[in-house]
Ligand binder design. Structure first.
Ligand SMILES: [Zn+2]
Length: 279
């Protein structure tokens, strides 16, 4: 009996996928890296998570967890081909609480109310940005490790919950760096500039596509040194920091997207620098 059981386990493990995950417990707002072992007979296609599909590139896939996901057990479904035959394998994962701090803000309703014109503009800009983030370019522009867009102190980290008049009304969607107006900002890695624009909330904004669904964003800028469509190199100056958009003071708001989902930019950079990129 024991022998049969062991044999079954062995047979099962022969057919199971060989993979490695950075962590099976992922906090909301963070990203996990799933890497498959190269196998000449297997083609890894995509991984389904929360009704979204994340494409596998070079035998690996980034799995971003939205900030709004609650702690629970989840299943990632891997779609792959084995000798050309379509197969699936489920991987058990868990969303854990990111333990983000809360920022309680009391404001008069009239102060947060936007004019009809501003509302329309903000909605249009939101839609435009979403179209960018959900465009997944096949090319990978990343050739070496990420760097920070400037050398400065972090003044507000990703994920702080914003509770306006007792209701959760969003969260801090990026990392803020101290930067007086006119501080030079650089591209955190190689990529293609996909947006250069003055927007309602984020002010002077630059978005860089690093390929395969990874984007970095630089907000509240005062001057642009790049154009849409331009290929930028890591450490290339993209412009100057500022105080544009809806802000209370000058700083750089730096954020990142993976497969359309907003994630902690510094955790993503660490994950890629540690596991994939080399200098
Ligand atoms: Zn910010």
């Amino acid at each position: 009996m024991r022998f049969i059981f062991l044999t079954l386990v062995l047979i099962q493990s022969l057919f199971a996928l060989n993979y490695e995950i950075s962590s099976s417990k992922i906090a909301n707002g963070k990203t996990a890296l799933l890497q498959f072992k190269h196998n000449i007979n297997k083609v890894y296609e995509d991984v389904e998570l929360f009704d979204r599909k994340f494409k596998v590139f070079d035998n690996r896939v980034l799995l971003p967890i939205s900030y709004y996901e609650k702690p629970k057990k989840i299943i990632a479904t891997v779609h792959y081909r084995d000798y050309g035959k379509e197969k699936v394998q489920k991987i058990n994962l868990e969303v854990v609480d990111g333990g983000y701090a809360q920022e309680k803000i009391q404001v008069q309703k009239s102060k947060v109310k936007l004019s009809k014109k501003d509302k329309k503009r903000a909605a249009k800009e939101y839609k435009e940005a979403n179209e960018i983030y959900t465009t997944i370019s096949k090319k990978n522009y990343l050739k070496s490790k990420f760097i920070m867009p400037l050398n400065s102190k972090i003044t507000s980290s990703f994920g702080k919950a914003r509770v306006y008049n007792h209701t959760l009304n969003g969260y801090h969607s990026g990392t803020d760096f101290r930067a007086k107006v006119g501080t030079p900002l650089v591209a955190c890695n190689n990529g293609v500039v996909v947006l250069v624009k003055d927007r309602f909330y984020s002010g002077g904004s630059v978005i860089i596509d690093h390929g395969q669904g990874v984007y970095s964003c630089y907000y509240h800028m005062s001057k642009f040194d790049v154009k849409v469509g331009e290929h930028v190199k890591k450490n290339q100056r993209i412009g100057l920091s500022g105080v544009s958009g809806r802000v209370t003071g000058p700083h750089l708001h730096f954020s990142a997207r993976v497969g359309g989902i907003q994630v902690d930019p510094l955790q993503l950079i660490n994950l890629l620098n540690k596991n994939i990129l080399k200098d």
